[in-house]
Design a protein around this ligand. Sequence first.
Ligand code: ADP
Ligand code: MG
Length: 384
Amino acid sequence: MTIPLAPILPGATIGFLGGGQLGRMTAMAARSMGYDIVVLDPDADCSAKPLASKTFCAKWSDVAAAQALARMADVVTLEIEQIPLATLEAVAAITPLHPRAGAVHIVQDRARQKEWLVREGFPLGAVRTVTSAAECSAAIAELGPSIVKSAHGGYDGRGQVRVQSAAEGEAAWHGVGGGRAVVEQFLAIREELSVLVARSARGDVAVYPPSRNHHTHGVLTWAVVPGGFGDALARDAMTLARAITERLDIVGLLAVEMFVLDDGTLLVNELAPRTHNTYHHSERACATGQFEQLVRAICGLPLGDPSVAVPGAIHNVLGDLWTDGAPPDFAAAMGVRGVRVHLYGKRESRPGRKMGHLSAVGATADEALARVRDAYDALRPSAP
Ligand code: ADP
Ligand code: MG
């Protein structure tokens, strides 16, 4: 039996590796719970900076800067998994790091993550790790129409190339950077969902009901809870996500993206050991939002209730909506009943960059989703 650790109580300092929008929103939750915040990010002007007592501007490979952050913090967590193992281990040698470095190391490399999932017996589509153009072409010849994804650094559909035949293998492999990559069979996806799991330093677990997610060109467009998947599928998805979290020995959050195929098969797509874009609705829809839940988990506090209190949805707002630097019509979006605008404080808009999101609650999931979609349409009144 493990003796529960003493909780890290309000008044303590939480260190964040990463001060983008996820760090910013977690910092807001932590601040409202009475914690102090310190942040490390390569961008001196990062989104979480206004929330932090101190911001270290340094590269992820800067071990000394990470150690300085760790020395100021009672506990450290992260919003991005692409942090070198040496940096994570240096932090963990000074102060508790959640999730643990070894789990982040497995997840941060797409090939290593998928090999781990296969080895542990979790259900996955057909996938091959490749390290050369020839291996890439051979994998496509074996699997048929596929997606080639770089092992490192890809997100929001970046670092991915869709291919039909082995003839495209060489160009695809170079197209994703020409290093380690995975080739995944192109799946007949009926629905996409995710399940967020919280596990505390005390070993308690809270599993959120599945979110229904919609992607466009590999980027999340909207997400809604309850997902309306039916009891059996929801239960299977929640059981699967919980099992992966416990097997990885995660303390903090793990988001598990999943696919439901046309024949009803449930497969894991990918893992994220942190807060997740598909659960931004939890802040309004669930009894406990994901940002507060992360703070509770890493501080060894009782986990909050993850159940849906009111149907809720989010719609992402990407930089594409800024024309010549001019922002879209947020006032119009706020005119839609139940809608709230969330902006990440990023000064520079770029096509594809996540600038913010819209959230809404409603009497039903359909109503909440319709509201964020109406609000999104209101952002660009001249759009066709
Ligand atoms: P990212 O790390 O960029 O989120 P994902 O692997 O989750 O990358 O892919 C992004 C999206 O692309 C998925 O949510 C899904 O819509 C689509 N996708 C990814 N892999 C496959 C696949 N094997 N078959 C069909 N569609 C896929
Ligand atoms: Mg994904």
